[in-house]
Design a protein around this ligand. Structure first.
Ligand code: ATP
Ligand code: MG
Ligand code: MG
Length: 377
C-alpha cells in the first residue's frame, strides 16, 4: 500500500518507520514548500500534489493546520482519511467546540469573540479567570492569552482587537480557566467498521505550554471508562477513521476535553516501546483497512521530549528499557528534536530508571523532571 501523508515532520517519519514491516510505503507532502519529500531523508522529490494523490492508495495527515484548498483537493480524491471535516475540526477551535457540543462531551464553557461586545459579554457570562485562544493556527500554547483581573480587560482587548483586525479569518475562543488537578490524554483508533481501540490514559506534563513528559502506567479504571466513552462519542460524531488523540483536564476525577488532535500525537510516542502495537502502525492499519492491533500496555513507560537540543549524553543508551528517537531536524530553540522512551517491568523499576536518566540529563535542557518522577508511585 502507498500512503501519502500531508505534512513532512517527525510524525510522517515515524509512520514511515512503522509502515515498512507491513509493506506500507509513505510519501510526505511538505505544505510549506508545496513539495513531496522523502519522510526519512527529507529529500525534495519535487512538486506535484495532484500526481502524488493519484499515485497513493490512501491520503492522510500528520497535522491539522493545512491550507483549505489542499484539504478540498484531497477530499475530492475519495482517499482521504480521517478526511476534511475531522482535520478542520482539529485546526479551528470554533469547529472543535461545535463538534464537542454535538457529541455531548464536556469541555470548558466558552464564547466566540469577534468584537469588543462579544469580549465583554464573555467576561460577564463566564467569569474570571479566562483563557483566550486564537481559533486558527494555535499549537504549543501559542496564540493564547490569560485574563485574571477585571482591571486588565481593556489592555487585553486592545491586543485581541489588533490580532483580530490583522486576519479576518480569525476569531478568539474565550474559555473558562479550568483548575485541573492534572492533564491526561487518550490516544485511540477507529476503523471504517466503527470499531474503537484505545490505549491506556497518558498523564502529560507541560513546561511553558509545550509537552515535556508523558507517563503511561496502569491506570484508574473509572477514569479510563470516562475517557473512552468521550473518545467514542467524538470519533463516532466524525465517522472517524484513523488514530485520534483527545487531551483532557482531570478535575478531581471528572474529565473535560481540552482539545482534540485528528492524528497521531506526541503524548502517544511511548506506545513505540510500551504498547503491543504503536500508534503509528495503528493509524496506518486503520486508514489502510487492515485489522486494528492490540493497544495493551506491555510495560509501564514514559516519554521525555528533547526540545531545542541535538545531543544528549551517549551514556543514556546504556540504560535498559531506553530508546532514543531523533527526528533528523536542524536545531532551533525550543524545537521538538527527538524523544526518549523509557520502560520498566514495573512502575517501581521505571521510576528507578527514570531517576538514573535524570541524573545524566542536563537540568537546564530538561527542567522539572524530578517533579515528574515523583508522580511514579
Ligand atoms: P498543543 O501543542 O497541545 O496543540 P495548544 O497550543 O493547542 O497546544 P492547548 O492544549 O489548548 O494549546 O493549551 C495549552 C495548555 O494550556 C494546556 O495543555 C493547559 O496546560 C493550558 N490550558 C489551555 N486551556 C486551558 C483552560 N481552559 N484552563 C486551564 N488551562 C488551560
Ligand atoms: Mg492544540
Ligand atoms: Mg494541547
Amino acid at each position: 500500500m502507498k500512503v501519502l501523508v500531508l505534512g513532512a515532520g517527525q510524525l510522517a517519519r515515524m509512520m514511515a518507520l512503522a509502515g515498512a514491516p507491513l509493506n506500507i510505503s509513505i510519501s510526505a507532502y511538505d505544505v510549506n514548500s508545496d513539495s513531496i519529500v522523502h519522510p526519512l531523508t527529507q529529500q525534495n522529490l519535487g512538486k506535484g500534489l495532484a500526481n502524488a494523490i493519484a499515485d497513493a492508495d490512501v491520503v492522510t495527515a500528520e497535522f491539522e493546520h493545512i491550507p483549505l484548498p489542499v484539504l478540498a483537493q484531497c477530499q475530492q480524491s475519495g482517499k482521504f482519511l480521517p478526511g476534511e471535516t475531522a482535520i478542520k475540526a482539529g485546526g479551528d477551535r470554533r469547529l472543535e467546540k461545535t463538534l464537542l457540543d454535538d457529541a455531548k462531551v464536556r469541555s470548558a464553557a466558552y464564547r466566540i469573540v469577534n468584537s469588543e461586545a462579544d469580549f465583554r459579554q464573555a467576561i460577564t457570562a463566564l467569569g474570571l479567570p479566562l483563557v483566550f485562544k486564537s481559533a486558527l493556527a494555535g499549537y504549543d500554547g501559542k496564540g493564547q492569552w490569560r485574563l485574571k483581573r477585571a482591571e486588565d480587560a481593556t489592555a487585553l482587548w486592545q491586543q485581541l482587537d489588533a490580532f483580530l483586525s490583522a486576519d479576518p479569518s480569525q476569531s478568539i475562543v474565550a474559555e473558562q480557566f479550568i483548575p485541573f488537578s492534572r492533564e491526561v490524554s487518550l490516544i485511540g483508533a477507529r476503523n471504517s467498521q466503527g470499531e474503537v481501540q484505545v490505549y491506556p490514559l497518558t498523564e502529560n506534563h507541560h513546561v511553558n505550554g509545550v509537552l515535556s513528559v508523558s507517563l503511561a502506567v496502569a491506570g484508574n479504571e473509572q477514569l479510563q471508562q470516562q475517557a473512552q466513552q468521550m473518545f467514542t462519542a467524538v470519533a463516532n460524531q466524525l465517522n472517524y477513521v484513523g488514530v485520534l488523540a483527545i487531551e483532557f483536564f482531570d478535575v478531581n476525577g471528572t474529565l473535560l476535553v481540552n482539545e482534540i488532535a485528528p492524528r497521531v500525537h506526541n503524548s502517544g510516542h511511548w506506545t513505540q516501546q510500551g504498547a503491543d502495537v504503536c500508534q503509528f502502525e495503528q493509524h496506518l492499519r486503520a486508514v489502510c483497512g487492515l485489522p486494528l492491533g492490540s493497544t495493551a500496555l506491555v510495560r509501564p513507560s514514559l516519554m521525555v521530549n528533547i526540545l531545542g537540543e541535538d545531543k544528549v549524553p551517549e551514556q543514556i543508551l546504556t540504560l535498559p528499557g531506553l530508546h532514543l528517537h531523533w527526528y533528523g531536524k536542524t536545531k532551533r530553540a525550543g524545537r521538538k528534536m527527538g524523544h526518549i522512551n523509557l520502560s520498566g517491568a514495573t512502575t517501581a523499576e521505571l521510576k528507578t530508571r527514570f531517576e538514573q536518566l535524570i541524573s545524566v540529563l542536563p537540568e537546564a535542557a530538561f527542567p522539572e523532571l524530578t517533579q515528574m518522577a515523583a508522580r511514579l508511585n
